[in-house]
Write a protein that binds this ligand. Structure first.
Ligand code: NAP
Ligand code: ZN
Length: 349
């Protein structure tokens, strides 16, 4: 066992605190990663605050991990010491079900093992990336191409793949009108990626406060959803809407701005249900769907795509003692556009 410095939530209601956690001994297929940077995803906040159900504490969150391989198990073939690597939202899956075989490990029929708060195959509870090191089986470690700095690469491991996957699945590209709801961590990556794929991109944000940023990130249009005129102006016009909002939204209102056969895809995962009227779908053969991260193969494809297009996240680099403040700012939609922890500042207890 390796004892490493970390930041963890002692309960759903207390601030995160410095601590140490244990990492397992390296198995033959394991990779030990010296974590350099870890992004703060809104899912970390949902999880530690119990929005999605009970979790075991203390819990060190973090599933946007970028670092350097420090050691490899005896049978590892995919990674070598010194490689620049990343780990996202899952660290294992059964590898045998039809979805795993199709490279969609995130939909493992036996349940993938989440990077934190999940029961690992050895029965222990996984702990995430707000720590200095992690041990992960080689198949769930991806390569970060040269050309993307590790700090701006970290958020790609969740925010990047979670938006890249549905954009690809629903065919974002030239001639497609794509809207992104919510300009936060996921949303700003959705804008960059959809733009790089050649789509016409619209941002739908609560206000016009971040308009200049949105246009700089690659949006062609920017609207405030607090203005009812927005929904009148855009009625029936969009091919694809990616909803990244962490709270509930008026699904029917967003369906009304889709064109015939358009799709509203929710990646945002609020605790409360999202409701939809049947007639919002029937009138215009529209669909309302969801999407979860992406498979390992697609995550590597996304990283390569980002390297090719010179994309990384727009980040605010923080030290460990700023994590709790960063949580409050994320909850207040005051993030531009991802907080990333410099793990060198994790000092332990
Ligand atoms: P984030 O950085 O907090 O961004 C969410 C954005 O949604 C905010 O910046 C804000 O944008 C908008 N928003 C927040 N509260 C709102 C409200 N009450 N009404 C309307 N808009 C609101 O969060 P994130 O890290 O991007 O994550 C977004 C959601 O995706 C979370 O629920 C997270 O758990 C989920 N998620 C899902 C997956 C998946 O695999 N499906 C993966 C990662 C994250 P504006 O200020 O522009 O309005
Ligand atoms: Zn995430």
């Amino acid at each position: 066992m390796l004892t490493v410095n970390a930041y963890a939530a002692p309960s759903a209601t207390e601030p995160l605190i410095p601590t140490t956690i244990e990492r397992r001994d390296l198995g033959p297929h394991d990779v030990l990663i010296d974590i350099k940077f870890a992004g703060i995803c809104h899912s970390d906040i949902h999880t530690v605050r119990g929005d999605w159900g009970p979790v075991q504490y203390p819990l060190a969150p973090g599933h946007e991990i970028a670092g350097i391989v420090a050691e490899v198990g005896s049978e590892v073939t995919k990674h070598s010491v010194g490689d620049r690597v990343g780990v996202g939202c899952m660290v294992n899956s059964c590898g045998e079900c039809k979805n795993c075989e199709a490279g969609e490990e995130q939909f493992c029929l036996n349940g993938n093992v989440g990077t934190y708060g999940a029961t690992d195959r050895d029965g222990t509870i996984t702990q995430g990336g707000y720590s200095t090191h992690v041990v992960v089986t080689e198949n769930f470690v991806v390569n970060i191409p040269e050309g993307i700095d590790l700090d701006v690469a970290a958020p790609l491991l969740c925010a990047g793949i979670t938006t890249y996957s549905p954009l690809r699945h629903w065919g974002a590209g030239p001639g497609k009108k794509v809207a992104v709801v919510g300009l936060g961590g996921l949303g700003h990556m959705a804008v960059k990626l959809a733009h790089a794929m050649g789509a016409e991109v619209t941002v739908l944000s609560q206000s016009l406060k971040k308009r200049d940023d949105g246009l700089r990130l690659g949006a062609d249009h920017y609207y405030a959803t607090s203005d009812p005129e927005t929904f009148k102006e855009l009625a029936g016009s969009l091919d694809l809407i990616i909803n990244t909002v962490s709270a509930t939204i008026d699904v029917d209102a967003y369906l009304s701005i889709l064109a015939l056969d358009g799709a509203l895809v929710s990646v945002g995962a609020p605790a409360e249900p999202l409701s939809v009227r049947a007639f919002s779908l029937i009138g215009g053969r529209k669909s309302f769907s969801g999407s979860a991260i992406g498979g390992i193969r697609e995550t590597q494809e996304m990283l390569n795509f980002c390297a090719e297009h010179g994309l990384g996240a727009d980040i605010e680099l923080i030290s460990a003692d700023q994590i709790n403040d960063a949580y409050e700012r994320v909850l207040a939609s005051d993030v531009r556009y991802r907080f990333v922890i410099d793990t060198a500042t994790l000092t332990g207890q």
